[in-house]
Design a protein. Structure first.
Length: 474
């Protein structure tokens, strides 16, 4: 009887994993940076999966990543403190500079409101719901990705996500059709954007989802240079590796056609720094100069074939910041009044419009600062900013430590890929608001979860008999 019960529980755990694998690509097609009805459905499914996984872990021997969960506790604590800090903005009465201006300048004498810390309670509550979903998604990923098989399955799904979004975006550009409402677009009608309103966010999403291609290619490259049996690319069983090799040129084409300077340059910088900084990739590159020449030649061919518009944009606009510099100066001046507490989560549009004076910016509503860190500082104060920086610091510290200790070529490839794409997303966030788009932020947290789960996956070390069989097959 006990065996039957355990079998049923394992079956339920398998169903949870399958639904998770279906949910990850499904969320990539949800548009917008507001918590709409589609995201409420997705959030409900994620919460159900997390609850089911928690119950299975508590009452049975279901497959889960205990080691990964333990290594991520420090990040969980900081993320929890971030949620507490955000929740306090909804319940603590506090009259900040924006509230004083609103009450003193536009309300009658008889109106005596009880101002809260946040200027916009409804929007702060929405941000709290989004951040709670991100934390749960991170924890769910860490818990579920518990075996080598599951890790490979998730990577295979992400390869398909990259190819589908990139190819859809490329096709939409060349066949001149749009997957978003034209009234939402603010110029740049001829670029690749796929399911995203903003071309920069399309490019940012492609970079994040390329984590799978980079991980599998590094894994294959490491196996081909080691004494262990190399991965046979011509075998149908290794289709994810074949698609990964196809995915990188498709990624580059998508980035070029999006004309996103921040995404492409951020990816190139993060990839270069990762290759040079990580001993494994540095040795691979210098030991395989022929492969490096072939890669550079392929990049040159893709750039010549698809990079004309990007080159023209780069030459005409260069690396100019446009109106961003003026907006950053205005944002910093607003921060000075409430540098510690901030004005409340999701309050940027209201507060910026309230304080802006005779600036040279366009007369439109600015709901973000084109800089993740200034945006966070203005809304949630220095504490909110430091909490987010702490999360990033803990994630990269874990990545560096795990790369030094792991003996698995697959895990090492995953860690290298996570380091690259997370760095690229952060670099872009200095001049963009890519991490405020919900599905991009969701993937950012899922990849953070993979970074903690991968070093703890269960896998069989090759025995001497297995090594002998592999040598005989050679």
């Amino acid at each position: 009887m006990a065996k039957v019960v355990n079998s049923h529980r394992r079956s339920i755990g398998g169903v949870v994993w399958i639904i998770y694998l279906l949910l990850v690509p499904a969320t990539s097609f949800l548009q917008g940076n507001t918590f709409g009805s589609a995201w409420y459905v997705a959030a409900a499914m994620i919460y159900v999966l997390a609850s089911a996984q928690l119950l299975l872990v508590a009452h049975s021997r279901v497959v889960w990543s205990g080691r990964g969960w333990h290594s991520s506790i420090s990040v969980m604590v900081v993320l929890g403190l971030s949620l507490v800090w955000l929740f306090l903005q909804l319940v603590i009465p506090y009259e900040n500079a924006a509230t004083k201006l609103l009450i003193d300048g536009s309300t009658p004498v008889w109106f005596n409101p009880n101002p809260m810390w946040t200027v916009v309670p409804g929007q702060t509550l929405e941000l709290f719901q989004i951040e709670l979903l991100m934390v749960v998604s991170f924890a769910l990923t860490v818990s579920l990705v518990a075996t080598r098989r599951r890790l490979k399955q998730l990577l295979a799904v992400l390869v398909l996500v990259l190819l589908s979004h990139a190819l859809i975006g490329i096709a939409a550009k060349y066949f001149n059709f749009y997957l978003v409402e034209l009234k939402q677009l603010d110029g740049h009608f001829s670029v690749a954007r796929g399911w995203f309103v903003n071309r920069n966010h399309f490019a940012s999403f492609l970079v994040l989802s390329s984590v799978s291609c980079l991980a599998l290619i590094v894994h294959w490259w490491l196996r081909s240079t080691q004494k262990s049996a190399p991965i046979k690319l011509l075998s149908f069983r290794n289709l994810p590796y074949q698609l990964s090799i196809l995915g990188l040129p498709v990624l580059l084409v998508g980035l070029l056609l999006s004309q996103s300077r921040a995404a492409l340059l951020g990816f190139c910088v993060s990839l270069s720094l990762t290759v040079l900084a990580v001993k494994t990739t540095r040795e691979l590159v210098f030991a395989s100069r022929g492969a490096l020449v072939a890669i550079l030649l392929a990049i040159a061919i893709v750039f010549v074939g698809f990079g004309d518009e990007f080159s023209q944009r780069l030459l005409s606009g260069g690396l100019s910041l446009g109106e961003r510099a003026e907006q950053w100066r205005a944002t910093l001046s607003i921060i000075k009044s409430e540098w510690f507490f901030g004005y409340g989560g999701n309050s940027y549009a209201t507060v910026f419009q309230l304080f802006r004076e005779h600036d040279s910016l366009r007369q439109v509503i600015y709901n973000q600062s084109h800089n993740e860190f200034l945006h966070l500082w203005m809304e949630q104060g220095i504490v909110g900013l430091l909490l987010w920086l702490s999360v990033l610091g803990l994630v990269f510290r874990h990545l560096i430590r795990s790369m030094r200790t792991t003996s698995s070529s697959l895990v090492r490839g995953v860690l290298i890929a996570c380091t690259c794409v997370l760095s690229a997303a952060i670099l872009q966030s200095f001049v963009d608001f890519n991490l405020q788009i919900i599905n991009i932020r969701f993937y950012f947290f899922v990849i953070m979860g993979i970074a903690f789960a991968a070093p703890a996956v269960k896998y069989r070390r090759p025995t001497q008999a297995m090594k002998s069989n592999a040598l005989e097959k050679k």
